[in-house]
Each structure stands twice: as structure tokens, then as C-alpha cells.
Design a protein around this ligand. Structure first.
Ligand SMILES: CC(C)(COP(=O)(O)OP(=O)(O)OC[C@H]1O[C@@H](n2cnc3c(N)ncnc32)[C@H](O)[C@@H]1OP(=O)(O)O)[C@@H](O)C(=O)NCCC(=O)NCCS
Length: 310
């Protein structure tokens, strides 16, 4: 039995903060942000919307898209490093809000690679036959852990949520291979004290290396090569890192998802938000071979090769 994506949904806050808006409150420029990161604007949730609210909005859409009801969910996995509170988990809050009465629920902390960790965990439960439908969400309200006086980090991040119902799909489709990894020795390069602290250059070097390697590894594990790839969905941290991954796979520009200019780095939410946008834009079709790859604080990374379709 193959696990795959049977429904997807996203939520991004209404409020847009442009680079020009940031120029007014810190020593930065639209030109610096665009050329170094590719980011033009990001969404920021207002005080009335917390992480669990964004997760709920995205989850509702994914459930509608999947055609299954909340009481058919066996498990809820929420990847986030910005929960409303340490506990109860966002997953448990959603379990109640959605009415997913028989679902087990837990949060996953793997920073920007969190959605990949969630999808791969869901796959294990489904392919062993233990569970049928698992709701996986990547959600962050990074604005609440962003130091708005630190131009090194404040320009990079945004808020949002993306969700997917993972369940059994027809033969030949679904998640063909995966890779998850971690390197705790690099934890010092990206962490949260009160706010996000980052050694941008170290994270950059790690990301360029790992995104390319993990993408190639999942293809090899699936018995495929880079010529087979129809679409790449990289974690949307920085256009230069994303371009390096695309070049490792020898893919043309139009075969890589790019939403970083609109949303900045939304951490665990960036891959599922991008997935929803590409499917809605008609760029991903049934039987396309998709590679998704993410990296983040921890350090962590994760990738999957996926044959799209139910
Ligand atoms: C953060 C990042 C964009 C910086 O780009 P960079 O090309 O490495 O820039 P540098 O570190 O060389 O900094 C260049 C200069 O710009 C300055 N600078 C930093 N942020 C700035 C900003 N927002 N506006 C203007 N100048 C800025 C720095 O202070 C530095 O000045 P200095 O040379 O006088 O010291 C890049 O390192 C990066 O994207 N790293 C990965 C971050 C990431 O993906 N994090 C999330 C992981 S999930």
C-alpha cells in the first residue's frame, strides 16, 4: 500500500509587509533583501490569529479537498516551532476544533524540515496498515519569535500554514522514497533563545550542500534519475539556495516552485504552501514526479520523491 497526498490546503494571513515597509523601521533596503534572498514581501498574522488558528484554516481546506471527514482521521501531526504554548500541542487543539474524535495527535519539532518529517512519519503508519488517514500540517507564526531590531533575521521570515491529508493512493503513485537526517553539532547556527538567532553564512553553506544531496539521494532510492523529475519543491528560505538545488538537478527555472518572493521563509509551512499554489496553478499534474526537499534548525533535513495523484 502506497501513501500519498489525498487532499491539500493552505492559509496565509491577509496582512502584507513589503520590503519598503521594513525600510521604514530598520536599516535595510529593498535592493539588499531582493538580491540576497529573493524576498519581496511576507505575510504577518495579526494578534488575533495564533499558530493553531492558521493550522485550523489550512486543515479545513485539506479535509474538504480530500473528501474525507474529520472523524475518519487516525492521526494529526503538526510540524511547528512556534506553538501557541508548550502544551497542549497544536495537534490536540486541532483534534478538538476539527472534531477528529478518533485521531491520535502530536506536534513535531524539526524546524523548517518539519513538514517533511511529518509526511514521512505519516507514510510509515499508512504503509504498515496501522492507520488510513493522517493529517499533516506545517505551520508557523515566526513573527512572534522574530527580533524586529535584528535586520539579519527580521527580513527573512513570514507566517502561514499548509496542510495535507496523507492516505493510501493507487499503485505507482504516492511517496516513492524518503530521506530524513539531522546534525545536532550544527544546532548552534540556528536556534531560538527569546528570538531567532542565526549564523546566516553557516546555514547557507549547509543548506546548499544538503538540499542538493538529499534530492539526488531520494531519486536514487526510488531507482530514478534527475531526468525523471517533473517538478522540484524546495524549502523557500532563500532564492539562491533554491537555485543551487535546482542546478544540482539540471532543471529549468519553470520546473521549480518559487513562492519565497511572496511569503518569505515560513519554515515548516513553506513546502505545503508552495505545493498548494503549484497544484492550483495547474503546474503539477497526475503522475508527475515531484521532489520535495527541506532543511532547517537542528540542524535537520528531509526529502521525498513522490508520484503525484491519488
Ligand atoms: C542571511 C543571508 C541572506 C545573508 O546573505 P549573505 O550574502 O551571506 O550576507 P552576509 O552575511 O555576507 O552579510 C553582508 C552584509 O549585509 C549586512 N546585512 C545583513 N542583513 C541585512 C539587511 N537586512 N539589510 C541590509 N544589510 C544587511 C550584514 O550586516 C553584512 O554587513 P557587513 O559586511 O558590513 O558585516 C544568507 O546568509 C542566508 O540566506 N543564509 C541562510 C539563512 C536561512 O536560510 N535561514 C533559514 C534556515 S531554515
Amino acid at each position: 500500500m502506497n501513501a500519498g497526498f489525498i487532499g491539500i490546503g493552505r492559509y496565509t494571513p491577509e496582512k502584507i509587509v513589503t520590503n519598503a515597509d521594513l525600510e521604514k523601521v530598520m536599516d535595510t533596503s529593498d535592493e539588499w533583501i531582493r538580491t540576497r534572498t529573493g524576498i519581496e514581501e511576507r505575510r504577518i498574522a495579526d494578534d488575533s490569529i495564533d499558530t493553531s488558528d492558521m493550522a485550523f484554516f489550512a486543515a479545513e481546506k485539506a479535509l474538504i479537498d480530500s473528501g474525507i471527514s474529520a472523524d475518519e482521521l487516525d492521526m494529526i501531526l503538526v510540524a511547528t516551532v512556534t506553538p501557541d504554548q508548550p502544551f497542549p500541542s497544536i495537534a490536540c487543539m486541532l483534534q478538538e476544533k476539527l472534531g477528529a474524535t478518533k485521531a491520535a495527535a502530536m506536534d513535531i519539532s524539526a524546524a523548517c524540515a518539519g513538514f517533511m518529517y511529518g509526511v514521512v512519519t505519516a507514510k510509515q503508519f499508512i504503509e504498515t496498515g496501522a492507520y488510513k488517514n493522517v493529517l499533516v500540517i506545517g505551520v508557523e507564526k515566526l513573527s512572534k519569535v522574530t527580533d524586529w531590531n535584528d535586520r539579519n533575521t527580521a527580513v527573512l521570515f513570514g507566517d502561514g500554514a499548509g496542510a495535507a491529508v496523507i492516505g493510501p493512493v493507487s499503485e505507482g503513485r504516492g511517496i516513492l522514497s524518503f530521506e530524513l537526517g539531522a546534525d545536532g553539532t550544527g544546532g548552534k547556527h540556528l536556534y531560538q533563545d527569546e528570538y531567532i538567532i542565526m549564523n546566516g553564512r553557516e546555514v547557507f553553506k549547509f543548506a546548499v550542500r544538503q538540499m542538493g544531496e538529499s534530492s539526488l539521494n531520494v531519486l536514487e532510492k526510488a531507482g530514478l534519475s534527475k531526468e525523471d523529475v517533473d517538478f522540484l519543491i524546495p524549502h523557500q528560505a532563500n532564492i539562491r539556495i533554491m537555485e543551487a538545488s535546482r542546478e544540482r538537478l539540471d532543471l529549468p527555472v519553470e520546473k521549480m516552485s518559487k513562492t519565497v518572493h511572496k511569503y518569505g521563509n515560513t519554515s515548516a509551512a513553506s513546502i505545503p504552501i508552495s505545493l498548494v499554489e503549484e497544484v492550483e496553478a495547474g503546474k503539477i499534474k497526475d503522475d508527475d514526479l515531484i521532489v520535495m526537499v527541506g532543511f532547517g534548525g537542528g540542524l535537520t533535513w528531509g526529502a521525498i520523491a513522490l508520484r503525484w495523484g491519488r
